[in-house]
Design a protein around this ligand. Structure first.
Ligand code: MRU
Length: 323
């Protein structure tokens, strides 16, 4: 059961996944999104795939095909392929006579991966909170909170942890066109936790920094290359450039499962392009001439030299030393 993020904050609706197709639909339509949450969902998706493959003698082949379909549902978030790899390795290291037997073995693995993600988020929070001073206003982009992870959050985990420590922290959430993860999701989950949050249009961020209203920027990550270049939601890179212009520390908070040592730099990170309709329409209303083309890249890459530190479950690293 996934809290359907397409309808938040106006409706809290649950989306039930019964099979691999439902999982892939949920990932692609962003019923669930955010790199770590995508990974956790993929792990449960493997269990559903095993339950589905229970028939025929060639269940192993059918199952491997489903794992590959899940793995390729979205291209940028490293946690997706990582989670499927963890599940596949667990499968290959044992011997299973049938798919239901494997499903029984896999379910606690998926639950463990889910619980681990929450534990890791809290460790990221514990390291990150030392970088936040009481009285700080933290700008964040997209949603790297409980909704984007197994629970608690990466960037918002840092904020939550600082607040739990008794610090006074305010958040500016940039709205994050076109899916509005900042306005809809970050504002929703922080308001529920009584953490002061204010939403700003994406294009207001320069002015807010110029006015001295932003003390730190903390964002999540979808994939971190070996050299520390970081892919995150489209609009992150301009925030990093602005932060450098105004000498504002710019931090990335992410678990090691987001780190992709096989990809040497940001140039090689695949950037998802999504349906133009996400840009052309707002709340069902066409907001531009129908036949005009749009760009809808879902992510951009922030070069490592603009990142002050990467906050992980093993401590805070300079981007260049992470590998
Ligand atoms: O397209 P999305 O909403 O899946 O993109 C999510 C982001 O870019 C998040 O900032 C990132 O995954 C970090 S989530 C802890």
């Amino acid at each position: 059961m996934l809290l359907d993020q397409r309808y938040l904050p106006s409706k809290e609706e649950w989306f039930q996944c019964a099979d691999t197709d439902d999982i892939i639909y949920a990932l692609q339509q962003m019923v669930i999104r955010g790199a770590p949450a995508i990974g956790v969902t993929a792990a449960y998706g493997c269990v559903l795939a095993a339950l589905q493959a229970k028939g025929g003698s060639n269940w192993e082949e059918a199952l491997e095909k489903s794992l590959q379909d899940i793995e390729h549902a979205r291209p940028t978030a490293a946690n997706l392929a990582w989670a499927v790899r963890v599940m596949r390795q667990a499968w290959r290291s044992g011997s299973f006579l049938s798919a239901p037997e494997l499903a029984d073995f896999w379910l606690p693995k998926a639950q463990g991966l889910h619980e681990d993600d929450i534990r890791v988020n809290k460790m990221i929070g514990a390291y990150g909170r030392d970088l936040i001073a009481s009285g700080d206003t933290v700008m964040t982009h997209c949603n790297a909170g409980a909704l984007a992870t197994g629970g608690y959050g990466t960037a918002l985990g840092v904020v939550r942890s600082a607040v739990e420590q008794g610090k006074e922290v305010r958040v500016i959430a940039s709205e994050t066109r076109p899916f509005l993860q900042g306005a809809r999701l970050t504002a929703y989950e922080l308001a529920r936790d009584n953490i002061p949050v204010r939403v700003a249009c994406d294009n207001a961020c320069g002015l807010l920094m110029h006015k001295g209203l932003v003390h730190k920027v903390v964002v999540g990550a979808d994939r971190i290359a070996a050299n520390g270049d970081t892919a995150n939601k489209i609009g992150t890179y301009p925030l990093a450039v602005l932060a450098r212009r105004y000498n504002i520390p710019f931090y990335v908070a992410a678990p090691f499962s987001t780190f992709d040592i096989q990809t040497s730099s940001g140039e090689d990170i695949p950037i998802e392009e999504r349906d133009p309709g996400e840009v052309k329409y707002m709340t069902g209303q066409m907001i531009m001439p129908r036949d005009v083309e749009v760009y809808n890249y879902a992510f951009d890459v922030t070069p490592q030299e603009l990142i002050s530190g990467i906050i992980t479950e093993k401590g805070v690293f300079d981007p260049g030393e992470l590998a």
